[in-house]
Write a protein that binds this ligand. Sequence first.
Ligand SMILES: Cc1cc2nc3c(=O)[nH]c(=O)nc-3n(C[C@H](O)[C@H](O)[C@H](O)COP(=O)(O)OP(=O)(O)OC[C@H]3O[C@@H](n4cnc5c(N)ncnc54)[C@H](O)[C@@H]3O)c2cc1C
Length: 370
Amino acid sequence: MVDFTLTDEQKNLRELAHDFAEKEIRPVAWEYDKDGTWPQDIIDKAHEIGLMNTHVPEEYGGAGLNYFEGCLIEEELSWGCSGIQTSLGANGLAAAPVSLGASDEVKREYFAELIESPRLASFCLTEPDAGSDVSGMRTRAVRKGDKFVLNGSKCFITNGGYADWFTVYAKTDPDAGHRGISAFLVRKDDTVLVDKKEDKMGQRASNTATITFNDTEVDARYMLGDENKGFKLAMMTLDRTRPGVAAMATGIARAAFEFATEYSKERVQFGVPIAMHQGIQFMIADMATKVHLSRLATWNSAVLLDQGRRNTLESSHASASPRTRRWRCRPTPCRSTGATASSRSTPWRSSCVMPRSCSSTRAPRRFSVW
Ligand SMILES: Cc1cc2nc3c(=O)[nH]c(=O)nc-3n(C[C@H](O)[C@H](O)[C@H](O)COP(=O)(O)OP(=O)(O)OC[C@H]3O[C@@H](n4cnc5c(N)ncnc54)[C@H](O)[C@@H]3O)c2cc1C
C-alpha cells in the first residue's frame, strides 16, 4: 500500500528541523555562505538537540531513525542552508559503511564518539583521477603483518578539515580494477594531512578538503567488510545516502520557489505586483509542481530502503530529478525576479547557486554502468 501520511512523531521531527532551520540557520546563512564560515556553533547546537547522526542505531546510543525520517530532516535543514546541512549530514555518509561493514565492537567504539560529542567523520572515495569512475583510484593499502599501510590522496572530502576519523577506500589489489578495492576506518593522526580547502561557488559554509594519507597505519580489524569488497560497500553506501542528497536538493528548490513567490507578490510593475502577470504565474506554478514531484521521488526511494528493498534505480531517479528540477527552478526565480537576482546581496542567491555535491555525477552514471 502506498501511504506517505506522516505520523505525529514524524510531524514533530519535521517541525523540530524546520524550527531549527528558521531560527538558527536562516538568520546567519547568507553571511556564512558569503564568507565560507565554518558553522561550528550551529553544529554544536544541532548535535545537542539530536539533529545529527540520526541513523545511528539505538543499540549504539543513536536515535535509530529510518531513511524516510532522515529525509524529512534533510529537506528542512537544506531549506535553511544547503552548505550548513552538508556539514551537519556528512557523518551519515561516513557512518554508513561502518554500519554495513564493521564489527560490533568497532561500531560501539566509533558510534559512541559521534553520539557523545559533536565530532565529525568523513567519507573518502573521490580522487583526482577517480570521480564517477571509482575503479580509477590510486590510493594503495598494503598489508604489513596485522596492519595495512595507506598512501594516497582523496579530494572534495566534505568536513575533511575537521574530521576525527575517515572511511577510506584504497586499492588492495591494484590489478583487479573495482574488484581490488577495500574500505578502512582511519583515525586522524600526524600521517593524515589536510592539503587543501576548496573555495567553492556554492555550499560555501561546508568544508571540502583534500586529504592525504602518508604511510598511515590501520589495524586490520578496522577493515570494513571483506578484503577487495570495498567497491560494493561504496555502492551500497551511495544507495543509502542518495535519498538524503535528493531531499537536500528538494529543500533548496523549495527555498528558491518560496523566495521567487514572495518577491513576485512584492515587486510592482505596470501598476500591479508581477505575480498578477500570467507569464510569471506559469513559472511559479511550474516550480511548485517540480518541488512536489522531487519530494515524492525522494520519499519513494527512502521508503524502499526502509522496507529492506533495493532502491538503486529509484534513488538515482530521486537524486537526478530534483537536481534537474532545481536546475530548472534556479533560472525561474532569476527570470521572475529580474535584475534583483543578479545582486550578490539577494539572500536566496545562495539557494540558487548549484551546489555540485547535489549534482554528483555518480547517480546518472549508475544508469549507464550498473
Ligand atoms: C561540495 C562537494 C562535496 C563532496 N563531498 C565528497 C565526499 O565527502 N566524499 C567523496 O568521496 N567525494 C565527495 N565529492 C566528490 C563527488 O562525489 C564527485 O564530484 C563525483 O563523484 C563526480 O566526480 P567528478 O567531479 O570527478 O566528475 P567526473 O567523473 O570527472 O565527471 C565529469 C563530467 O563527466 C560526466 N560523466 C562521467 N562519466 C560519465 C559516463 N559514464 N557517462 C556520461 N557522462 C559521464 C559527468 O556527468 C560530469 O558531467 C564532493 C563533491 C563536491 C562538489
